[in-house]
Design a binder for this molecule. Sequence first.
Ligand code: SF4
Ligand code: SF4
Length: 402
Amino acid sequence: MMRTLKERESFTKGLTPRQVAEIEACTQCGECLRYCPVQEVTKRREIAPASKIRMYRDFIKRTESLKAILFGDEVDCGLLEEFTRAVFECTTCGACGQFCPVGIDTQRLWPALRREMVRRGLGPIGPQVEIPDNILRTGNPYGLPAGDRFRWRPELSLPAEAEFGYYAGCTGAYQATPMVRGDLLVLKAVGLEFTMLSEEEEVCCGFPLFITGQHEILAETVRKVVEAFSLRQIRYLVSSCPCCVNMMTKDWPYLYGGPLPFKILHISQVVAPRLKGLSLRHYRRRLIYHDPCYLSRGMGIIQEPRQILRAIPGVELVEFDRHGRESRCCGAGGAARKVFHENAIGIARLSIDEAIQKGAERLVLSCPACYEKVNEALEGYDKQIEVVDIMELIADLIGVEG
Ligand code: SF4
Ligand code: SF4
């Protein structure tokens, strides 16, 4: 097949020197294969991290090696399409990187390679293409009315300016409302003075754009949120969404063009040190906590959610075989949950099965995408377990009325 000029463009230009070195360094040992949740449910070898890296190396070799420059070479279009599907089918959970003996940071590498495919007009896939326009029109990637963003919000009187700002995030605000409602009730109950933006001001954090490789309006989207919170004089920005917190911490500073005027905190980092003043009801249950990939592997936030759960009198906390930094994805990551729905449901059910097998009575989550997908995976499934978000649970045990 004839190649277009775009396909012959450099495959390394948009990558960092570290990422180029990572692609070269992969030994093809296959260690990562054992931990890939997509591979686990699809059994398709081309999804495997080693296969993706091998394909990408081939693209580099055929466009940038001395032989290719001197004598010309061709990129296999079929391979390009196969690679695009594989890299977009990945949940970007980063488990492969966690177990990689070479230390390849795959949670950052895959989004960079997705961006390269978008530059060539091969990605994004399916409804992902609507994300930028939806954000421009409505402020959220789902295209839902901005006026509905805070419909779940309890009656609270919030100051216009405060030391802390709370950011709900699009997935929580539209698809996991008990979670963000719980956030606000708990923040209030621990005595935190905080402010929020209006429904129109709080727009997407940019993660869906970043993760699908669609960067055109990314910096502009980020700037809107940073400037709006700056005007509220905040010193700390708090969110419960692992993807938002990850994006704000790692990518907002370079997209904003310098250090942020406030620090980013995950809600568990704010609540854990303030739990002492609260009186939690006795709750004799065996709980299992699922670490969200972007919170545990991505941010190293592992102990704070457990500290919160252990503070509940009567609770027994059990663990998944793979937990903390080694946690298995819930299936909802990487903006793949709506495109590769069957994979996401299959992966979510692996966690449901293990939670039940461990004798847990409730599966505690801490991510809006996990919340939405695990609840969906329970529909029509013959195994059932109660699912709850960590702040939804704490709000319930404090007995706070909204
Ligand atoms: S574990 Fe690392 S080095 Fe080994 S195949 Fe996977 S990505 Fe490559
Ligand atoms: S990031 Fe997760 S889903 Fe993607 S290849 Fe690695 S282990 Fe598989």
